[in-house]
Write a protein that binds this ligand. Structure first.
Ligand SMILES: NC(=O)c1ccc[n+]([C@@H]2O[C@H](COP(=O)([O-])OP(=O)(O)OC[C@H]3O[C@@H](n4cnc5c(N)ncnc54)[C@H](O)[C@@H]3O)[C@@H](O)[C@H]2O)c1
Ligand SMILES: [Zn+2]
Length: 368
C-alpha cells in the first residue's frame, strides 16, 4: 500500500466513495479494492482499449490476481465513434461470458469514452453492478470519472442515452499521462482552467505562476498532482451539492454552451472537446464583460492562461445566424432563452437565464 496516495472523499449520502491519487497508484488496485470491502474470488471485468491497454492493463491484471480476484480483460476499439450501443453489447457479452453477478465489478481503464461506456454497461447489467473508474486522460481524471454520469451517444446526438451510476472508487495515477498525446493533455488543461474560474482562485493563480502548463513533459510531478487534486476536489464538491444536476452542477458547464456550438457547427473531430471549451470560455468571458458583470482585466487574465496552456482563444469563423440556431438547440435552453454560466470574479460564477439575442450578436461581433 502506498502511504503517499492522496484521498479525496466524495461524500454522497447514499453512495460515498473516494478518489485516490498517487504516483504508481495503479499498482495499489488490489489493496484499494480490499480496503473498500471487495473479497477474494471477486469477478472483475476490466474494460479498456488497445492504446491504453498496451501500457497499463498488465499492471492492473497482475494487481488484481495478487489480491486473489478473478479478472477478465475486454479490449474495445478506441474513439468517440465507438461510444455506441454496439460497444455496450460487447461489454454485456463479456459480462455474460465472465458470469458476472450482482456483487461483481467492472473496471473502466481509459479516457472518458471508456469510462462513460463501462459505467453505463455496469449501470444496466443485472440492473446495476459495481464500477471502478481508472481514468488515463487528464480530462477523465478531473472530470469524466467523477460524478456518476455515464452514457453513450445516439445517432441524433451526443450522450443522449445514459444513467447516473456512481463508481465505488476512482483511482488516478498521473504517470499514465506520460503516454497521452500532447494535444489530449492540453485539452484536459481547459477543464482545469475552468475549475479555477468557477470555484478556485488559488488554483488559477497557481497556474498563472507557472512558466509552462502546455507541455506535460516539462511540468513537475508535484505540481501536476496538486492541480489534479484541486480540480477533482472542485468537481467532487459540486457533485455532492447537486448529485442529479438540478442546480449548481450547471456551473460545470462554464464555457460549454459556446463550446458545444463550436463542436456542433465545426463538426466533432475538428476540435477536441477541451479546445472547444477553451474558445467557449473566451466567448462567454466577453459576454460577461459586456454585461458589466466581469472586469475586463480578469477576462484578459483568463484568456492569457488559456493561451499559455497552448489552447485556442480565437472564435472560429461561423455564421452568426447558425450560432444563434445552435444555441437555441442546446440542452440549456429554457422558455426560448439561453442560459449561460458567467463569472463575477475569478473563482465565482452564476447562472443567467435572461440573455437576449441582441447581447449574443454583440458578443459575436466583438469576437470576430
Ligand atoms: N461522464 C462525464 O461526466 C463526462 C464529463 C466530460 C466528458 N465526458 C466524456 O468523455 C469523453 C472524452 O473523454 P477523453 O477526452 O478522455 O477522450 P478519450 O477517452 O477518447 O481519450 C482520448 C484518446 O486518448 C487515448 N488515451 C487515453 N488515455 C491514454 C494514455 N494514458 N496513453 C495513451 N493514450 C491514451 C484514447 O485511447 C483516445 O484515443 C467524451 O465522450 C465525453 O462525452 C464525460
Ligand atoms: Zn467538458
Amino acid at each position: 500500500m502506498n502511504k503517499d496516495n492522496l484521498h479525496i472523499k466524495v461524500s454522497l449520502t447514499s453512495n460515498p466513495y473516494e478518489i485516490v491519487i498517487g504516483k504508481r497508484s495503479l499498482e495499489c488496485i488490489g489493496d484499494e479494492l480490499c480496503k473498500i470491502g471487495f473479497k477474494d474470488g471477486l469477478k472483475v471485468l476490466v474494460v479498456s482499449n488497445k492504446e491504453v491497454s498496451d501500457h497499463y492493463s498488465d499492471c492492473i491484471i497482475k494487481g488484481l490476481i495478487k489480491s486473489k480476484f478473478n479478472p477478465k480483460l475486454l479490449i474495445l476499439k478506441a474513439g468517440e465513434d465507438q461510444k455506441n450501443q454496439s460497444s455496450i453489447d460487447l461489454i454485456h457479452d463479456a459480462a455474460y461470458e465472465a458470469r458476472l453477478e450482482r456483487g461483481s465489478l467492472m473496471i473502466a481503464l481509459g479516457g472518458g469514452v471508456i469510462g462513460d461506456m463501462t459505467g453505463f454497461a455496469a449501470a444496466t447489467w443485472l440492473r446495476g453492478i459495481h464500477v471502478v473508474q481508472i481514468p488515463t486522460t487528464l480530462l477523465a481524471m478531473v472530470d469524466a470519472s467523477i460524478g456518476g454520469k455515464t452514457g453513450i451517444n445516439h445517432s441524433k446526438g451526443k450522450n443522449l442515452i445514459g444513467a447516473f451510476h456512481q463508481p465505488k472508487l476512482v483511482l488516478i495515477d498521473p504517470q499514465t499521462l506520460f503516454t497521452l498525446p500532447a494535444r489530449e493533455f492540453r485539452a484536459g488543461m481547459a477543464e482545469i482552467i475552468k475549475y479555477g474560474v468557477i470555484s478556485d482562485l488559488e488554483l488559477f493563480e497557481l497556474l498563472e505562476k507557472q512558466e509552462n502548463i502546455s507541455d506535460f513533459s516539462r511540468i513537475n510531478e508535484k505540481l501536476l498532482i496538486e492541480v489534479i487534486k484541486r480540480s477533482a476536489k472542485s468537481k467532487a464538491e459540486i457533485v455532492v451539492k447537486d448529485e442529479k444536476e438540478s442546480g449548481i452542477r450547471a456551473f460545470l458547464n462554464y464555457g460549454h454552451t459556446f463550446g458545444h456550438v463550436i463542436e456542433n457547427l465545426c463538426g466533432y473531430g475538428k476540435w477536441l472537446h477541451g479546445e472547444a471549451v477553451a474558445m467557449g470560455m473566451v466567448a462567454v468571458g466577453q459576454l460577461a464583460v459586456q454585461r458589466g458583470l466581469w472586469e475586463e482585466s480578469d477576462a484578459k487574465r483568463q484568456n492569457q492562461l488559456i493561451d499559455k496552456a497552448g489552447l485556442p482563444t480565437k472564435w472560429p469563423k461561423l455564421e452568426q445566424e447558425n450560432v444563434l440556431r445552435s444555441l437555441q438547440g442546446d440542452k440549456k435552453v429554457k422558455n426560448g432563452k439561453v442560459s449561460f454560466v458567467m463569472p463575477l470574479t475569478i473563482g465565482d460564477v452564476r447562472l443567467f437565464n435572461d440573455i437576449s439575442n441582441k447581447e449574443i450578436y454583440e458578443c459575436l461581433q466583438k469576437l470576430s
